[in-house]
Ligand binder design. Structure first.
Ligand code: NDP
Length: 451
């Protein structure tokens, strides 16, 4: 049977666009459908605008720090509307770049909602197209738990478009988004509380990082409340919100922001017309080659819930395009040692095993450096940087690198290459430092703090 397209991608986010562009570049007849915004979550309501807001939040402390270096300045003022307008302009620029990349690749872009009609057919707002292979790359969507008054709360989707900067902010959750946005709003001047249901946020991250970040966030004036959760939210006569906690306490705030995880975006996708199955967590079930239970339908990115990170979705998109249309260049995605950053204030950068995980399978040596970065030496900031190496005591291989401090993500990205290459502690020791930098601490740690 002759299909309209070789490859039909649903969702023009990071993963979908990469798959579509590569497939078209390999000579396939490609279509890609998008119902919301080009670039998906990352470009529009995720990584990119979040990082712009985080830069903005950093300036507040940098103005103070500049004083120690001789600079005086007048009253500082912050204009949320201006930040959001400038951010929107930048996002529009990126949307246009995505459009151009797709156009240049030769893929056909359809703006509209795509719905599966059968294993090879997509309905696009009434028009039908067939394809030999269909790729679902529809991403994820924030989840707000079912508490009474949840309609008064926002998620990250709305946080980027708040008409005003709230005076008080209550962030719920303990993952990436919660700690990043609590830091951002605190930095921008909101009186911010973060509520997390467990003992300490960032479950799964290295314990030293979690504790260090908690201490630094407290120093910056954040109200952190652990082992607590919201029971209900009520709107008060003056427009403010009253959050009643499970233990009966109440907190008054202007905005309740839920950052409690993301679900796969499967709304009205027509999966029931296919043999596609979901896994026990509700994400699309795929095999090692991203094939669903319906052989002609594949899925990648947040919708499969494997690792919800943009660069991972991009790698999966490339792998799919290569395997289908340039199999001689196919390489499976390597999910080991994925570096990641949390753009909290201060930033986290991390790659490899946590101390806790490493101890389960290895004898370890732990190296740590804790210091006040040189940039703060002429200021009254008491912020401290943490750098940590988790080393296999037997092979001396570096199993994990963890950092909290300025530009942690920038520093750890380079170290991730070393870990991928199998670097040992000796390689780190034999590497000459760049002086004076914070990063050189990673190659000058000589004595384990514990084994
Ligand atoms: P996460 O899955 O990282 O964290 C969700 C948090 O919400 C956890 O602390 C979880 O607690 C808590 N939680 C879950 N359900 C409830 C509930 N019903 N009531 C109270 N608390 C709850 O999700 P995020 O929303 O922070 O981010 C989604 C994903 O997006 C991340 O996993 C990450 O992969 C990606 N991301 C990456 C970023 C980056 O690379 N810098 C930035 C932002 C997002 P518990 O720990 O107890 O389960």
């Amino acid at each position: 049977m002759a299909y309209d397209f070789d490859f039909f991608v649903i969702g023009a986010g990071s993963g979908g666009v990469r798959a579509a562009r590569f497939a078209a570049g390999f000579g396939a007849r490609v279509a890609i459908a998008e119902s919301r915004y080009l670039g998906g979550t990352c470009v529009n309501v995720g990584c990119v605008p979040k990082k712009l807001l985080a830069y903005s939040a950093h300036f507040e402390e940098e103005f103070h720090q500049a004083n120690g270096f001789g600079w005086s300045h007048g009253e500082t003022d912050f204009d949320w509307k201006k930040l959001i307008a400038n951010k929107d302009r930048e996002i529009l620029r990126l949307n246009n770049i995505y459009q151009k990349l797709l156009d240049d690749s030769g893929a056909t872009l359809f703006e509209g909602h795509a719905r599966l009609v059968d294993a090879h057919t997509v309905d696009l707002d009434g028009r039908r197209y067939t394809a030999e292979t269909i790729l679902i790359a529809t991403g994820g969507w924030p989840v707000i738990p079912d508490v009474p008054g949840r309609e008064h709360a926002i998620s990250s989707n709305e946080a980027f478009y708040l008409p005003e900067l709230p005076k008080r902010m209550l962030v719920i959750g303990g993952g990436y988004i919660a700690v990043e946005f609590a830091s951002i709003f605190n930095g921008l001047g909101c009186k911010t509380s973060l509520l997390y249901r467990g003992d300490l946020f960032l479950r799964g991250f290295d314990g030293s990082l979690r504790q260090h970040l908690r201490d630094e966030m407290l120093k910056k004036g954040l109200d952190l409340q652990f082992n607590t959760d919201i029971a209900r939210i009520d709107k008060q006569a003056d427009g403010s919100l009253l959050a009643t906690l499970r233990d009966g306490r109440t907190l008054e705030t202007d905005c309740v922001f839920y950052a409690t995880g993301r679900r796969p975006m499967l709304d009205d996708l027509g999966l029931e017309n296919t043999a596609v199955e979901l896994n026990e967590k509700g994400f699309i079930k795929v095999n090692e080659e991203y094939r669903t239970n319906e052989p002609s339908i594949l899925a990648i990115g947040d919708v499969i819930g494997r690792v919800q990170l943009t660069p991972v979705a991009i790698a999966e998109g490339m792998a799919v395009a290569r395997r289908l249309f340039r199999p001689e260049e196919y390489r499976p995605v390597d999910y080991s040692q994925i570096p990641t950053a949390v753009f909290s204030l201060p930033n986290i950068g991390t790659v490899g095993m946590t101390e806790e995980d490493a101890r389960m399978t290895h004898d370890v040596r732990i190296y740590e450096a804790r210091f006040r970065p040189m940039k703060l030496s002429l200021t009254d900031s008491q912020e401290r940087t943490l750098m940590k190496l988790v080393v296999d005591a037997e092979t001396h291989r570096v199993l994990g690198c963890h950092m909290i401090g300025p530009e942690a993500g920038e520093i750890v990205q380079g170290l991730a290459v070393a870990l991928k290459a199998g670097a040992t502690k000796q390689h780190f020791d034999e590497t000459i430092g760049i002086h004076p930098t914070a990063a050189e601490e990673f190659v000058t740690m000589r004595t384990p703090v514990r084994t």
